[in-house]
Write a protein that binds this ligand. Structure first.
Ligand SMILES: Cc1cc2nc3c(=O)[nH]c(=O)nc-3n(C[C@H](O)[C@H](O)[C@H](O)COP(=O)(O)OP(=O)(O)OC[C@H]3O[C@@H](n4cnc5c(N)ncnc54)[C@H](O)[C@@H]3O)c2cc1C
Length: 361
């Protein structure tokens, strides 16, 4: 079976790895001339969002056949909203993962697990030509460009992320989050430590342009009175969309190109890796890809309900939410049980919207 993959990112490399397990060595076309990310940063995966998954590292091992080491375990979550700061502590609230160009980056880790990598660097092929030359083509380019051309993309959110590697004093197991309409609008900012002395700081805002994110970045530093030294900065466009179908003729859409990125926080690592693996299984075993990924699509639909509810909140609303989720009994339920927060809260939000709609009629 001849398979081409466009993009040697999380989903593309995971797909290649799974194909190797079936004895297939795909051709992977990569625009860059290295494996990794242009933007240096540390990402987070939160346990409460991934439920009912028990432990994401174990999940990668058991279901994706990949051994991925985190950069650190998250043991402290600090929520900042206007006039309120609340801390949640736990033995495992999630993980930090290294991205960028380093040897520890998730992409490098997956790449090293390939036995016969065939990566064609510096290549940006025409997907239509590949579709004629190969049995299957996997679009794993991390963006909606080709998905849109195929007519399968419905935009949910687009915006910009501004990030930096900053210097300061950090707890390597602490994730810090900020929400405040003064500088995040409907988005949020977060800090993920690289070490005790360095961290990555990111601000994500939906529905702004490049100039807008620069403006709000300065506001963020001003309002929060941040005194970090900046080593390196970047900004990048960020998209989240609903994709259907995920397979068009012999073309599969996976990862960011396949709608893996959550419309709530913009996270997508677990979904992207999973979609790459499931696409490989679908191609080789002739399984229905849409059925295989149903759970992940459903989850992003639920997270979209969160996004819509969040969009309507004022700073007072942000304050109240942080206050509510950290009330002792609620905190206990949300953080220290296996309660599926995303599923049931989205269901409650949908119900609330329906009742509201009926009352307005
Ligand atoms: C700044 C930032 C912070 C993030 N933080 C988090 C986080 O904390 N937690 C989380 O879960 N997720 C996070 N995400 C999202 C996560 O990184 C993505 O969901 C995930 O990387 C998507 O995987 P992918 O395989 O679709 O694309 P990528 O991993 O982006 O890989 C795409 C690859 O395709 C290549 N490519 C692009 N176009 C072409 C082309 N035409 N031809 C050939 N190659 C091409 C690119 O160079 C790249 O190597 C973040 C994303 C960004 C940008």
């Amino acid at each position: 079976m001849k398979i081409a993959i466009i993009g040697a990112g999380l989903s593309g490399l995971s797909c290649a790895h799974e194909l190797e397990r079936y004895g297939i060595s795909p051709d992977v076309y990569e625009d860059l001339d290295f494996i990794g990310d242009r933007e240096p940063h540390v990402t987070a995966v939160l346990e409460i969002i991934e439920r009912p998954m028990f432990d994401v590292l174990n999940y990668f091992k058991q279901k994706c056949h990949l051994d991925i080491k985190p950069h650190n375990t998250i043991k402290k979550l600090t929520h900042n909203a206007p006039n309120i700061k609340r801390v949640v502590k736990g033995s495992n609230l999630g993980y930090f993962f290294m991205r960028g160009k380093s040897e520890q980056s998730v992409k490098q880790q997956i790449y090293r697990q390939l036995k016969h990598p065939h990566i064609l660097f510096g290549k940006k092929p025409d997907y239509k030509e590949l579709a004629k030359a190969y049995d299957f083509v996997v679009i794993a380019n991390g963006c909606p460009e080709i998905t849109k051309a195929l007519g399968c993309w419905e935009e949910l959110i687009s915006g910009w992320v501004k990030g930096a590697i900053v210097q300061g004093d950090f707890n390597t197991q602490e994730l810090i989050l900020w929400i405040n309409r003064k500088y995040c609008k409907n988005g949020y900012a977060y800090l993920t430590p690289v070490s005790n002395r360095e961290a990555s700081l990111l601000l994500f805002i939906p529905h702004v342009d490049k100039a807008g994110i620069d403006y709000y970045w300065s506001r963020f530093f001003e309002v929060e009175n941040l005194q970090y030294g900046i080593i390196e900065e970047f900004s990048i466009e960020h998209f989240s969309g609903a994709v259907y179908p995920h397979k068009v003729d012999n073309i599969y859409l996976v990862g960011g190109a396949g709608g893996a990125i959550s419309p709530f926080l913009g996270f997508g690592q677990v979904n992207s890796i999973t979609m790459g693996v499931l696409a490989a299984q679908s191609m080789v075993e002739g399984l229905d890809f849409e059925k295989l990924i149903k759970r992940f699509v459903g989850k992003n639909n639920s997270l979209y309900e969160f996004r819509k509810a969040f969009n309507g909140l004022s700073n007072k609303g942000f304050h109240n939410i942080i206050n509510f989720v950290t009330l002792p009994i609620i905190k206990q339920l949300i953080y220290y049980t296996r309660f599926n927060v995303v599923k049931y809260s989205a269901w409650a939000l949908e119900l609330k919207n329906k009742i509201f709609f009926e009352l307005k009629k």
